[in-house]
Write a new protein. Structure first.
Length: 374
C-alpha cells in the first residue's frame, strides 16, 4: 500500500510540473482610417490590411504559445474624414484593456489617438511628423522622419538639375495635414541649404481645392520644381492642373503619394506626360520584406510571398507584430502594466524602421521604384 501511495504521489507531482501554463491573452487594437465609405481608401486596401494582420498572427502563433501568450486582436476602423474618431476609439481601446495600440498611418490621426489613450503603449505604422517624434517613449512610429525624407528628396532634386546654377521651386501644401506641413517645412530648410530659390508657398484645403488664381503664376514664373507633400488624391489633382499650365514642371512629393500599387498618383489618366519624384519610408514588399526576420519567412514561401500586399503599411504591420512578439517573449510581462514598463524601457530598441528611405520616380503618370538610400 505504501508503495502504491508513493507511486501515485510521484505521478501526481509529475503531472503538476508538466501541465502547461495558462496562456496569457494580449489584447492589441489595430486602428486605421479604413471604413468602407472612406473616399481616400478602398475595399481592397482594407482587405489587404486585415490580411497582413492575420498573416502576422499566423506566423507568430507557435512562438507566442511557447512563450505563454496569445494575441487577441481587434480591428478598429473608421472614416478618414472623421478625424476625431481616432481620439474616441483610442479612448475606448484603452478603457477596454488593450495592451498595445497599433496606430493610424496618418500623423494627425495618430496624434489624436495618443491623446485618447495616453497611458497605453502605441506604435504608428507610418506617422512621420516632427510632433510624433517628440512624444514620450510610450508612443513610437515605424516611419522615417519627415526631416530625413525631405533631406533625401532635396538632395535628389539637386542631382536631377545638376549643373543648373539656381533651382526655383513653389510649394503647395494641405493646411489640414500635420505631416504635409511638417514635410514642407523640412524641405524648405534643406532646399535653402542647397541654394534653391522659393518663388511661392501656398496653402490649400480639401481634396479638389480652387487653384484658378495660381494659373497666371505658373504660366509666367514657371518654377523648375513644385513641391506637393500631400496625400495622393490632392497631389494627383494638383499635378493634373499645373502640368497643363506648365508641361515642363518637375513635381516632388512625400510618402503621401503612395506607390505603384496604391494611391491616386500612379497610373492616373490626368497625369499623362507628368514627371517627378517622391520618397517613402518603405520599398516595395518584394524588397522590403528581406529587411526583417518575419518578412524573410514570408519570402521563403513562394505562395505566401506572391499573395502578400505590396504596400508599406502591410510591411509595417508585419514588423510591428514581430517586434511585439519579441518584446513579450524576451521580457515575459504577466499583465498590461508589466508590458507597459517593458515597452517604456525597451520599445525604442525593438520598434525601429529597418528600411531606409526609398525613392520613386514619376514618369508619364506612373510611379516606379528607383532605389533605397540607407
Amino acid at each position: 500500500m505504501k508503495l502504491l501511495v508513493s507511486s501515485f504521489l510521484l505521478l501526481a507531482s509529475s503531472f503538476v510540473h508538466s501541465a502547461p501554463k495558462e496562456t496569457i491573452k494580449v489584447k492589441i487594437s489595430f486602428m486605421e482610417a479604413l471604413a468602407p465609405k472612406d473616399t481616400t481608401s478602398s475595399e481592397r486596401f482594407q482587405k489587404e490590411y486585415e490580411y497582413a494582420v492575420q498573416t502576422g498572427k499566423d506566423l507568430t502563433r507557435e512562438k507566442l504559445r511557447s512563450c505563454g501568450y496569445e494575441i487577441n486582436d481587434e480591428k478598429v476602423l473608421y472614416d478618414a474624414s472623421d478625424t476625431l474618431q481616432a481620439l474616441e476609439l483610442a479612448k475606448k481601446s484603452e478603457s477596454s484593456g488593450a495592451w498595445l495600440i497599433v496606430g493610424p498611418r496618418r500623423s494627425n490621426h495618430y496624434l489624436l489617438a495618443v491623446k485618447g489613450a495616453p497611458e497605453t503603449p502605441s506604435v504608428s505604422i507610418m506617422a512621420s511628423a516632427k510632433e510624433v517624434y517628440e512624444l514620450n517613449p510610450m508612443h513610437l512610429t515605424l516611419a522615417q522622419s519627415n526631416q530625413k525624407m525631405a533631406s533625401v528628396l532635396a538632395s535628389q532634386t539637386k542631382a536631377k538639375f545638376k549643373g543648373k546654377k539656381e533651382i526655383t521651386f513653389a510649394s503647395i501644401v494641405s493646411e489640414d495635414c500635420v505631416s504635409c506641413l511638417d514635410f514642407a517645412s523640412s524641405y524648405n530648410s534643406e532646399a535653402k541649404k542647397l541654394g534653391f530659390k522659393k518663388l511661392l508657398e501656398h496653402k490649400i484645403a480639401g481634396e479638389q481645392p480652387d487653384v484658378a488664381e495660381l494659373e497666371s503664376f505658373f504660366k509666367s514664373q514657371k518654377p523648375d520644381v513644385v513641391l506637393l507633400p500631400n496625400y495622393s488624391k490632392v497631389s494627383s489633382f494638383l499635378i493634373g492642373k499645373i502640368s497643363k499650365w506648365n508641361p515642363d514642371t518637375f513635381f516632388v512629393g512625400s510618402d503621401g503619394w503612395g506607390d505603384n500599387n496604391y494611391g491616386f498618383v500612379h497610373n492616373s489618366p490626368q497625369l499623362e506626360g507628368a514627371s517627378g519624384m517622391t520618397v517613402k519610408g518603405f520599398p516595395p514588399s518584394d524588397k522590403g520584406l528581406s529587411f526583417f526576420n518575419l518578412g524573410k519567412q514570408i519570402l521563403k514561401n513562394p505562395s505566401m510571398a506572391s499573395a502578400f500586399p505590396s504596400s508599406g503599411s502591410a510591411q509595417s504591420l508585419i514588423k510591428a507584430i514581430e517586434d511585439t512578439v519579441d518584446l513579450l517573449c524576451t521580457f515575459k510581462p504577466k499583465d498590461k502594466n508589466q508590458f507597459k514598463q517593458a515597452f517604456l524601457k525597451h520599445g525604442k530598441s525593438e520598434f525601429k524602421n529597418p528600411w531606409g528611405i526609398s525613392v520613386f520616380k514619376l514618369s508619364d503618370g506612373e510611379l516606379v521604384f528607383d532605389k533605397t538610400i540607407k
